[in-house]
Design a protein around this ligand. Structure first.
Ligand SMILES: [Zn+2]
Length: 423
């Protein structure tokens, strides 16, 4: 590397550091004004040349005449912070560089989880649903009290893993669900089937009925990892959302529409990440060498299932990347897969991670939309994702709950006067 390259790299680092550091506490009475040229409001609306006014943690008005302007984002595309409905926020690589899973409790694993949270927030994801591990709990709570930067986390804590009879009687399954609630779970995650290669059901209809019914009684949503027959079984059991879903039939998907069940399919990132980080996964539990050629072969099957789902009228498709070790902070790649390879409309892809995802989380009146009364979760992209979906890689501004965590947008020559501090 030559001297010139080194110095420009250093300059880049310095700029990023300076611009990403700002206040961490929203001042209740201080008004913040964001000037925006283009706002995708999260529900499919586009606002032009306006200003978003924030007070404390909330958006209080949209007012083109609000002043003074604190953040001039007119050259960018502004939208609500994204919501990823399916991540494994604590899943990391270990000190040996190998896949270490999601349940680590060593200091190394703890810092790795905090780093995942930071990377996710910097990538524009202000809320994630982690499905999950009990190790999510202290991270969720530390972020919620403002002790660590990261996305708002909802967690399933320990998932119910289908093991046929060994998963227990319906009563035992109900007790397991109650135990998660007591531990602090925000939702229940259920593995009702194997993988796309081995899609057989791992819970009976009766067991699944018990799990989703008990959760419903406790006011918890149920996210069910399902393929093929397990998709219909989850719908019949009254579960809330199906994760993955390939090998489900059109009739199964139409039944989901009828029963209002959400679908969270993946169109590529999770598989691409396994291939990209093959050396780190291979040989670790669940990732034998011989599985890797099959993983490559699964990508088209996932694309095809995504396209199949798009054709079902009224099916509610939410954004979930299944981010795990290697893909935290790259969650937005899943948008590119969905649009480029899955044929999703770019605006629909944005909504799937904004208002639609918020609604699926039961937080539709709090996040996922740029409107008065909503949390001030606001991001900006250097580029227009409706014209070029790869703009989702260029998140240059991140505000969560009225606090700016990232501001590395193009410089004053493009934007006029730019404030670099939260005031
Ligand atoms: Zn997952």
């Amino acid at each position: 590397m030559g001297t010139i390259k080194i110095s420009s790299f250093l300059l880049f680092v310095i700029v990023c550091v300076v611009l990403t550091v700002s206040a961490r506490t929203p001042q209740a009475n201080k008004q913040i004004v964001i000037a925006a040229g283009t706002v995708l409001d999260g529900k499919g609306g586009v606002l032009r040349n306006t200003r978003i006014v924030i007070q404390g943690s909330k958006i209080v008005r949209i007012d083109p005449n609000a002043a003074p302007v604190d953040y001039d984002l007119r050259a960018l595309t502004v939208l609500p912070g994204w919501i990823d409905s399916h991540v494994h926020i604590t899943w990391s690589f270990g000190p040996d560089g190998k896949n270490a899973g999601a349940g680590g409790t060593t200091p190394y694993a703890t810092y790795a989880a905090a780093a995942n949270a930071w990377a996710t927030l910097m990538a524009g994801f202000t809320t994630v649903q982690s499905v999950g591990s009990p190790t999510d709990l202290p991270l969720r709570d530390a972020i919620a009290r403002g002790a660590l930067p990261g996305p708002r986390i909802l967690t399933s804590t320990e998932p119910l893993i289908g093991r046929n009879e060994q998963s227990g009687t319906p009563d035992e399954i109900r007790a397991f669900v109650r135990k998660q609630k007591e531990a602090g779970a925000d939702l229940i995650k259920i593995f009702a089937a194997g993988s796309v290669r081995r899609p057989e059901m791992l819970l009976s209809q009766e067991q699944l009925n018990a799990a989703c019914d008990e959760a419903k009684k406790l006011g918890l949503r149920t996210l069910v990892h399902a393929y093929k027959d397990a998709v219909r079984a989850a719908v019949l059991a009254g579960c809330t959302q199906v994760e993955h879903g390939p090998l489900a039939t059109d009739d199964d998907l139409k039944l989901m529409v009828q029963k209002g069940v959400w679908l969270d399919p993946q169109a590529g990132l999770v598989m691409e990440n396994y291939l990209l980080n093959k050396d780190k996964f291979v040989g670790t539990p669940g990732y034998p060498e011989e599985a890797f050629p099959a993983i490559k072969g699964m990508i088209p099957a996932y694309h095809d299932f995504f396209k199949q789902a798009l054709k079902i009228p009224g099916l509610k498709i939410v954004f979930g990347s299944d981010a795990l070790a290697g893909s935290h902070g790259r969650n937005a790649e899943e948008f590119i897969d969905r649009v480029r390879d899955g044929g999703a409309d770019p605006m629909a892809a944005m909504i799937s991670a904004n208002s639609l995802a918020a609604e699926a989380l039961g937080l539709g009146n709090q996040i996922g939309w740029i409107a008065p009364g909503l949390e001030a979760d606001i991001i900006a992209l250097d580029g227009d994702p409706l014209k070029d979906i790869t703009a989702v890689r260029s998140v240059v501004f991140v505000m969560k709950g009225g606090i700016v965590y990232k501001q590395a947008q193009r410089q004053a020559s493009n934007l006029g006067r730019v404030s670099t501090t939260a005031r």
